[in-house]
Design a protein around this ligand. Structure first.
Ligand code: SF4
Length: 194
């Protein structure tokens, strides 16, 4: 017997399918060949486009995707932990934590002015390679303490609360709603609720 979860997932799939519109896209023979090569590379080596590739191949693949996107006026959804690639390729960025949207906005808003404590912590954990001599050598990178696997377990409150350095008492009581910081920038955090 199908569980309620199977039913809910099937209903969600149907809703998504009903909103998708078929788009006709034709590629030149050269594009087709390049895409076939790309699919071969992805199929053999990857679960994520940029993982397990040397930087030269990675740059070529990303340049090809970007070129096809722009030439064919296509949309591209990129799922990545590599914020450098996100910065280079994306117009808008959505940050998820434990399967929930915690911040979304233009690339400039999210990457240059992150507001959610998780987004800020992600940026703080990026190593800085070229630094002024003596300014940061020997200092440890901050890490996000706690266990990410436990965050997806059902619990009340903000999903990031157990690991958040800015948590307040209300953060354990209920989940924060999305708050508009601008017309395009939203964040899910009690710090920004008025
Ligand atoms: S709602 Fe509270 S726990 Fe969640 S990210 Fe904001 S400050 Fe941290």
């Amino acid at each position: 017997m199908a569980s309620w979860l199977d039913g809910a997932l099937a209903a969600r799939r149907d809703r998504v399918r009903s909103r998708l519109k078929p788009v006709e896209v034709s590629f030149t023979p050269v594009d087709n060949q390049r895409l076939a090569n790309l699919c071969g590379v992805l199929d053999e080596n990857l679960r994520q486009i940029e993982s397990a590739l040397d930087v030269t191949i990675e740059a070529q693949i990303l340049a090809l995707l970007d070129e096809l996107r722009s030439r064919r006026n296509l949309a591209m959804l990129l799922v990545s932990h590599n914020l450098g690639i996100v910065d280079r390729l994306c117009d808008t960025v959505s940050v998820l934590y434990a399967g929930r949207l915690v911040e979304s906005g233009t690339t400039d808003e999210v990457l240059r002015h992150p507001r959610h404590p998780y987004t800020k912590a992600l940026f703080q954990s990026i190593p800085v390679i070229f630094e002024e001599r003596g300014s940061g050598r020997g200092t440890k990178l901050p890490v996000i303490l706690g266990d990410s696997a436990r965050s997806s377990l059902p619990r009340s409150g903000c999903p990031f609360e157990p690991r958040c350095t800015e948590r307040m008492s209300v953060c354990r009581e209920r989940e924060p709603a999305l708050v508009n910081l601008s017309a395009s920038h939203v964040v899910s955090c009690f710090k920004y609720e008025s």
